[in-house]
Design a protein. Sequence first.
Lengths: 306, 546
Amino acid sequence: MITIRNLHKRFPRHEALRGVNLDVPEGKVTAFLGPNGAGKTTTIKCAMNLIERDHGELSVLGTDARKLGREQWQRIGYVSENRQFPEWMTVPKLMKFLRPMYGKHWDLAFEQKMTRAFELPLKTRLSAMSRGQRMKAALLSALAYRPQLVVLDEPFSGLDALVRDEFLSGLLELTDSEGWTVWISSHDIEEVERFADRVAIINAGKVDLQEDVETLRERFRSVELWFEDAAPVLPPGVPETWLNAKSEGRTISYIDTKYDEHRSAAVLAHSFPGHRRLEARPMTLREIFVALARSYRGSAVSSHAS
Amino acid sequence: MPHSPFTRILAVVIVVLSAAVLLCPWVLSPLAGISPWVGFLLSGILMVSPVVFTWTTALQCSPFNERAFHLTLPDGRSRAFRRVLGLHAMVFVAISLCLIAYAAISNSRWPDAVHAVLAFLLVLTAVCGAVGTAVTLGTASRKRGITALVLAVLLGVGSCYLLDWVHRRDGFGWSWPRGSYYLSGTRCAVLIAALGYSFTWWWAVMRRNKTGSLLGVVLIGISLPWIGTHANFVPVPEADAQAPTFALAATRKAVPDTTTKWAKITDMLELSGLEEGEFSTISALELAEERGRLQACGFQEVRKGISPQERDLGEKNVWQQRNTWFGKSGGRIVWGSQDLWKHLEGQLPPHETVKYFADFGWRSAGEWPETDLICFTAPDRRNWMGSGTESTLSGATWKLSLSGAVRWEIVGSCKLASGASFRPPQGGVLSVLPLEERNGNAVIRIAFRAPAFGPVFHWFGGKPEFADPGKLRLMLLDEAGSRAYVLGELSPEDARNPSPSGSGTSPSTWWWAGRDSENVLRRGTLYLFQPRASRYHEASLELPPP
């Protein structure tokens, strides 16, 4: 659905994207994660043709992002926390304004169903609604025409837990039933984890990782080695697949990004024969993200020091 | 993006303000005007409000605002731009309708009204296009928007200086254009500005091309002064550029050798070429002296049989003539304002007698004065017009300046007690107000409002009238319709006093009448006469000595 190759974008004072490569496959929910300033929103804006890219190729629904036209926009639902809505309108007026643009794609029954499900006030202007209600209205305006591709840029930002849960439940339900392709950028990894099929992690303007969540979970383990006495000093040249490796007290801990139960156990038995116990714990998406973010920071510090 | 309530309100405010400024003074009262300060304020608001309006709407359709709602909608960019242009079009049409109503109410000629509306629309389009481009570029980067404005203004001013310098040097063979053009430089410049700035706005919004738009703004800014000076197209045919020659022939006769220091004009000059009912004026008589010097001369109208030197009869018997009327009435050439009055009297409904009040004042009505039109043949110490004419009147070449030929027609008639408004064919509106009483005097008040849009030269749709409209002449018929009264003259130019907002209002002109005359006035019917151009253009005749 979305293919991004070698995407570059430079702003006057910094280079935001340094060759992003990303695929958002059809029918899957792809979470787009990364620390602040990593380039998530810039990538999405380039994909939605909201800003011009400097270099690279970017295809959305098989069309160059710069040439997105009526047909494509009738199949894309875009929700962003930053989008400026006509706040003087009520939800029914907004829907009335939008309906003609989507023609036969607009599903009035679906719109009414979602309006009821989201419990949106019908006589209140958007400006007088709570942030959660506004986001629901935004979601309603982006989904009522049953888009094939749903792009959500930080949709949970600023929502309290209850609203976030409601919002997410609604989205989850629809995504499951409609089989939409969803591309969602968020800080809220735990929420995203509930329904993401795939994850892409961007850092410093480059996508470092994009993979199905299942394989990612299988691959990543938080490993701890326990020793009788003080743990040995880490040998030089620890495998590149070990992130944030450290030796403290009687333990050595690291994140193994390519954990294989038998192979990893054999390697550890060879490298640290004195360890008494090995614990390889599956990680949540959040833990994986934090581990990667730490490793990026560590590598940035070391590269800065060198 | 749908239009915000603020944008809609602004659009309505602009239209209502335009209507208020243009139409209110006309609707409220024939004498209503706008005080200068209110006029300046309203004019300022009228000029600023389209800029604010475009500013607001341009923000709503900018393609560079990453957060804009419309950018991720189907056809969002073109739809938003179309909506903005549509709203502009509605406002423009509404203001144009106000202007057309203004033109209609003020009795402007339709070619002049069309020209005014087109000029207004083009200027407004240019302003809105320039503002729209700058605001759109400003949403991409504030620096770029400011740069666009500053560059357009600075380079435009710089271009003006360069143009001036080139013309001063004339080093490149430039010269100021001569002749008249339908598509003159100014019209070209306005047209180019309107089209060019609209295009740069469209280019910025639909093509998202910041550099191209900026370049366009700069190029237009630089080129406008040059276009305004040199881009002249569609020359006006010579026959249209100059009005038909005034076919008046004059034959000069020898100055009679009289014992008086003056001679009657009919003894010295014979005119032909006027058609029945046509009148013209000699606006100047000059005597060409040696070395090309011109000596001003002139005519005086005196009561028949009374020498102008007989001052004991009072100044009332002598009328200095600035514009000497002559015309053809009853198959012969007639001279002077008294003969003109007689001609006008002939247009009144049948009546028995006529009383003459003009120039005597209402308190002393008189009988019709029979007059002669004379010219001094020798200097007279009490009359500067005659000084120095002795040696030159016979020997020098006479230079007669003539105005165009006109026909005096009745503009309208009304009971003075009630008053009425008239729309003369030349444009403008004459309003006769109901007779008033002030300090024991009856006051006739006549207000003239000039047409909203003055005559436009070299424009499609007919030639403007070249002839001087002259003064209004007023006559009255009493209640029984048996007695006519000559009231006097009123110059529309004297009465005109346009307000700063251009509403063209004028104060009134009035006459005082004694109590005895009041009843005659109150019950009588006023007749207004106005000259209408019959043949155009002023002419100058040189008459050598016979």
